[in-house]
Structures are given as C-alpha cells and as structure tokens.
Design a protein around this ligand. Structure first.
Ligand code: FNR
Length: 179
C-alpha cells in the first residue's frame, strides 16, 4: 500500500520558491509514495464560533490531513516565524478541542528563504507548534535552504543539493512507515 504524504506549503504566492522546492523534492521520493498538495489558500480565517458547524473548506482540510500517513511542511519564514496563512491552516485542523487531526501524525519540516538563515527561526517556531500538537517530528536531518540559482532547475532539484535532499526524502518516508 502506498505511503500517503500530505504536503502543506506555507506560501500561497504563485511563483513561491517553497512550492517549487516542494514539487521538486517529491520527485526524489522512493517508489510507493503518493503526495497530496493540500490547499490552504482558500480557507476562511479560523473562528472558534464555527467549531460546532465548520465550513466545508475547513472539513476538506481536516479530511486531507486525516487521510495522510505523514505530513511534510515546506514553509517560508515571515518575520522570524511562519506565515499567518500556514498558522491559520494549523489552527483550523487542530479544532474542535479534542478532535485535532494533527495528533500522532508524523511530520517533517523543511523550508527555503531568500536569506542565509534558510527559515531556521520559522522552523524553530513550527517545531514548537508540532510538539504541542503531539506530532512526532522527523529529526533525521534539519533542512535549511537558501534560494539561489540552480536549486530548482526545470522542476527538478539541482545537482548541488540533489543527493542531500534525496537522502532526506528517503529517511523521511522510511520513518513515516514506522510511525
Ligand atoms: C519575508 N522574507 C523573510 N526571509 C527570511 O529569511 N526571514 C524573514 O524573517 C523573512 N520575513 C519576511 C516577511 C514577509 C512578510 C515576506 C513577504 C518575506 C523573505 C522570504 O524569504 C521570501 O519572500 C521568500 O521568497 C518567501 O517564500 P516563497 O513565497 O518564495 O515560497
């Protein structure tokens, strides 16, 4: 049976570097993996008033996460944290209280920024959040990517980073299978 990975990209920008990396890195995964790129751009802002009767788009997100064997967050850093659009999605799928769909879902975190710290501080915040949400975190390696020419070429990870990121994906998928 295929391993199902929900990919949540923290940028909704059309030409997002994170989306480009996310799409390219999935091509480095071993056989037998299905990826679902989860939509977060059309979600309403989370409002606790809707917990009793959540809008359809919130239910869609919750179902996407429920169906996954693991979650891969690929996120930019905004002002030393994660973008609000990603936090909104995380909040939505964490509620109603006691029915979080994140709980026990294994998770990997990577990200790319235009700065040299490569989303390190956003990832630190996100690690804090996934820890609170009871998501076991893949710690095989920490991936901090700075966007540069050649990182993604024609939709593929470029030669300089390919082996490194292939190793990450192989380790991540193996680890998802055991959790
Ligand atoms: C940024 N950027 C940024 N970069 C970084 O390394 N650390 C940071 O704290 C921030 N803060 C920040 C805030 C806001 C509001 C924006 C719009 C941008 C720059 C960021 O790395 C760059 O815009 C990336 O291209 C964003 O990722 P996507 O959209 O290309 O995936």
């Amino acid at each position: 049976m295929a391993t199902k990975i929900a990919v949540v990209v923290g940028s909704i920008r059309k030409d997002s570097f994170n989306r480009q990396v996310a799409e390219a890195i999935t091509k480095l995964a071993p056989e037998g993996v299905e990826f679902n790129f989860v939509r977060i751009d059309d979600l309403p802002l989370y409002n606790q008033d809707s917990d009793a009767a959540p809008p359809e788009l919130m239910t869609r997100l919750r179902n996407d996460i429920k169906a996954a064997d693991g979650v891969l967050f690929v996120t930019p850093e905004y002002n030393r944290s994660i973008p609000g659009v990603l936090k909104n999605a995380i909040d939505i799928a964490s509620r109603p209280w006691g029915h979080s769909v994140w709980a026990k879902k294994p998770v990997g975190i990577i990200g790319v920024s235009v700065g040299v710290i490569g989303t390190a501080l956003a990832q630190a915040h996100l690690r804090n959040i996934v820890n609170y949400l009871d998501m076991p975190l893949y710690n095989g390696s920490e991936i901090y990517l700075a966007w540069k020419d050649g990182l993604v070429v024609d939709g593929e990870i470029g030669a300089d980073s390919k082996e490194f990121l292939q190793g990450y994906m192989t380790g991540l998928v193996e680890w998802f299978k055991t959790h």
